[in-house]
Design a protein around this ligand. Structure first.
Ligand SMILES: [Cu+2]
Length: 450
């Protein structure tokens, strides 16, 4: 991305010069709680990885070094970039072999809170992919910043010491992933630096659920979160909430007015998760003492609360096509990992979602299972249209949680040709069938795909 020096006609090699960012994938040892060490894989020697701040529309170069023993791949989650660099081998991004490096170049867009993470198959190996410390914020600054705030705080949630076990009991004792410890950023609740605030400040929290499989609900006693963006995209109706619910891979930007001085726990509403570390202390200037927790009021999390007010009444133009996608569990047996199907088939045998450029598609998710699934579409954003029967408009996301036994409808414009992965973001689900590809039928530039 280096400019040619004054009038020189010699082309500059694409990989010459210093990259804007460098990531080294390698082993990490970290003390997340007193005497409790985690051995994992991370970026640049720790977790979360470095915050990558980019400007919308300004090309960037990123050098990624793989210092591990296995092929790796970094996915730039939520960006509208080509499949060759998106970071999904299913789309055609080349894997990064052990002890090699690769330079990635792309134009970052759209603006907002994005992130990056490993996107490889883990299967039953819980030392791989999103179970590890390979996650970090990627923030794309836009031309105008809609939220006014005095301080910005980044919080990434993650589970540790994962194990495969039977959580529910009963007849269908399938294996699921559990965790013994949780961190916000690099430490369990109570260890590490608190979030330091001052009375009267407006603090912008950018929160990322970097869990490989768990939903989290967060509260900060006596405070409200005004949700201004979801998955990095401004919501039409910002709204104050006592509790934030986040599916794996979701991001929320929320502004908190610091108007209740004290020392507080910003943590998971589940006692079990919070006591296992999922939280961080918020400390007002001049205040001291033990951090306090109070259970929040009961509150229902409903995406449509943040939608355009007229979403329920204004007629919506009919999409060019509707694509029904039925999600089902294929029980594999007691103490086995379940398999998952989309329209009756497991990846890689799933039917691709065929699209034509610049047409609008309605994806109709029908979750015929007992789990909630956070589904993710690569390289595109989609608009929420209907959540469990409730119409809405104007909320743009790249992950949506489809509740158990419910239907969710979203629309997207096929405006970024090339293979695009669609999958459940729970690592155990995507690895056992819950994945398919969006394929452009008129993609002449990529004849090998036809
Ligand atoms: Cu799932």
């Amino acid at each position: 991305m280096k400019a040619l020096a004054g009038g020189c006609a010699v082309p500059v090699l694409a990989d010459s010069g210093k990259a804007d960012f460098t990531l080294r994938i390698g082993p990490v040892e970290a003390e997340i709680a007193p005497g409790h060490w985690i051995k994992t894989t991370g970026y640049n020697g720790g977790f979360p990885g470095p915050v990558l701040r980019m400007t919308e529309g300004k090309p960037v170069t990123i050098d990624v070094y793989n210092d591990t023993k296995i092929p790796e791949l970094v996915h730039w989650h939520g960006l509208w970039i080509p499949p060759e660099v998106d970071g999904a081998s299913e789309e055609g991004t080349p894997m990064l072999p052990p002890h090699t490096h690769q330079r990635y170049q792309f134009v970052p867009r759209p603006a907002g809170t994005r992130w990056y993470h490993s996107h490889i198959f883990a299967g039953r190996d819980l030392d791989r992919s999103t179970y590890t410390g390979q996650f970090g914020f990627l923030i794309i600054e836009g031309k105008d910043n809609p939220a006014r705030y005095d301080q910005e705080i980044l919080l990434a949630l993650h589970g540790w010491d994962p194990y495969l076990g039977t959580m529910k009991g009963g007849d269908e004792a399938s294996l699921e992933v559990g965790y013994n410890r949780f961190t916000v950023n690099s430490h369990v609740l109570g260890m590490g630096e608190p979030v330091r605030v001052k009375e009267g400040q407006r603090v912008l929290l950018r929160i990322l659920n970097a869990s490989a499989s768990l939903f989290h609900r967060l509260a900060l006693p006596g405070h409200q979160f005004t949700v201004v963006a979801m998955d990095g995209n401004p919501v039409p109706s910002p709204r104050a909430m006592s509790v934030l619910e986040m599916a794996p891979a979701e991001r929320i930007d929320a502004v908190v007015e610091m108007n209740r001085p004290g020392v507080w726990v910003l943590g998971d509403t589940s006692d079990q998760f919070r006591k296992a570390g999922l939280g961080i202390v918020v400390e007002y200037a001049g205040q001291s003492g033990a951090a306090r927790w109070e259970p929040p009021p009961d509150e229902v999390w409903d995406y449509t609360a943040f939608g355009r007010g007229d979403g329920a009444v204004r007629p919506r133009p009919e999409p060019d096509a509707r694509v029904p996608l039925v999600f089902r569990k294929k029980w594999a047996g007691n103490h086995w990992v379940d398999h998952w199907t989309i329209n009756g088939k497991e990846f890689p045998k799933t039917d691709p979602i065929l699209v034509r450029a610049n047409r609008r598609y309605r994806l109709v998710f029908d979750n015929q299972s007992d789990d909630n699934h956070p589904v993710h579409l690569h390289r595109h954003s989609f608009e929420l249209v209907k959540i469990a029967g409730k119409p809405t408009a104007g909320i743009m996301k790249d992950v949506v949680a489809v509740p158990s036994r419910k239907q969710v409808e979203v629309e997207f414009v096929a405006n970024n040709p090339g293979l695009s992965l669609f999958h459940c973001h729970m690592q155990l689900h995507m690895d056992f069938g819950f994945m398919t590809l969006v394929k452009y039928e008129d993609d002449r530039q990529r004849p090998e795909l036809n």
